[in-house]
Ligand binder design. Structure first.
Ligand SMILES: *Cc1c(COP(=O)(O)O)cnc(C)c1O
Length: 347
């Protein structure tokens, strides 16, 4: 069960070569900046803090999904689709970036969106979906699992209209593994940036529970780095995420023909900073958001990155991260949703 197969570390050049064997369409503005944030680092306990600005990937307000979609849309194009069907919540960053990627590649998007915390408020991501001209249907569901049949039904309607839909099933392992490749690429990019500055990261913190931590953990492991990758989950799950993240990472390794297996015990994923529930600002996340803004002029989002920073602050307080250690915080984006949350943040 727990025999972690670990091949010899690969060089960046070899890992990059492996990654280049998988079809990809460029969508993201990379490399994204790696910014030193001394004031914020000092304020949260004297850590050496660097922020990897993946909120600046460029596509319709950016975020982490853009790197993931580079691999997913290669498959969309290979299948000859002309419309992409996807779904999540009304403030979904994933769906907004899908709608934008589709446009960038001359395709349409058809979205089925669940009410979520903000309902059909025409702000933030939902506003952008409409500006991008995605076909949007808002449904009164609350569980992601209930969405799959609706996506399939939507695809049927489109087929009847003579279209060629590509359904993005957010739960399918193939979708998750392909998307995680984007964060293997990000691990390579970050590794090079750190080396160029003579740094090595002790810890890497991010908001995530799927492709992003899986790809980063796999990429850094393949390179033989000992950086501790810590995902702070934004959503409460029925089971601990480490099992699924390890499963995604291993499936991603298979796509690359890598001799690397990640076990659940290799994955740190902390569920203690969700607060009341997904999409709801917590006291700690609000404090973290204000601290980043007021110490560094760095804007975080209310649903993901502010909870991740609250997690990092909590871990420094608990001694899991020590004064003087080098920490990379990945800013995964999510900023459009900020504008749907004014009341929650300012009262
Ligand atoms: C989707 C999202 C995440 C989580 O990414 P996963 O790949 O699902 O782990 C984190 N931050 C933001 C802003 C997101 O939109």
């Amino acid at each position: 069960m727990n025999d972690t197969t670990l091949g010899a570390p690969l060089s960046r050049a070899v890992l990059a070569e492996r990654l280049a064997t998988v079809p990809r369409v460029p969508l993201a503005a990379t490399p994204t900046p790696l910014e030193y944030c001394p004031r914020l680092g000092e304020a949260i306990g004297g850590i050496e803090l660097y922020v990897k600005r993946d909120d600046l990937t460029g596509l319709a307000f950016g975020g982490n999904k853009t790197r993931q979609l580079e691999y997913l849309f290669a498959d969309v194009l290979a299948q000859g689709a002309d419309v992409v069907v996807a779904g999540a919540y009304t403030q979904s960053n994933w769906c907004r970036q899908i709608a934008a990627a589709a446009r960038r590649l001359g395709l349409d998007a058809s979205l089925v969106l669940m009410h979520g915390e903000k309902g059909p408020l025409r702000q933030g991501n939902l506003l952008l979906d409409e500006l991008l001209g995605a076909e949007v249907e808002v449904v009164a569901l609350t569980e992601m699992a209930e969405l799959s049949p609706l996506l399939a039904a939507r695809a049927e309607v489109l087929r009847a209209r003579g279209r060629h839909p590509y359904v993005v099933d957010p739960g399918a392992l193939a979708t998750l593994a392909r998307s995680a490749l984007g964060y293997v690429g990000a691990a390579l990019e970050l590794d090079e940036q750190l080396e160029a500055r003579g740094l090595s990261a002790d810890h890497l913190y991010l908001s995530g529970a799927n492709m992003t931590p899986a790809g980063l953990a796999l990429g850094l492991r393949a390179l033989g780095r000992s950086t501790r990758v810590v995902g702070i989950t934004p959503i409460r799950w029925p089971e601990p995420r480490s099992v699924d993240i390890a499963r995604i990472a291993s499936a991603t390794a298979d796509l690359l023909g890598l001799d690397v297996v990640l076990d659940p015990q290799d994955i740190c994923n902390d569920e203690d900073y969700v607060g009341e529930r997904y999409g709801v600002v917590s006291e700690a996340s609000r404090a973290a958001l204000l601290l980043a803004a007021r110490s560094e002029g760095l804007i975080l989002d209310p649903v993901y990155t502010s909870k991740a920073l609250a997690g990092l602050i909590g871990h420094v307080e608990r001694g899991l991260v020590q004064r003087g250690e080098c920490v990379v915080f990945v800013h995964t984006g999510g900023l459009p949703a900020l504008f749907a949350y004014a009341e929650d943040l300012l009262g």
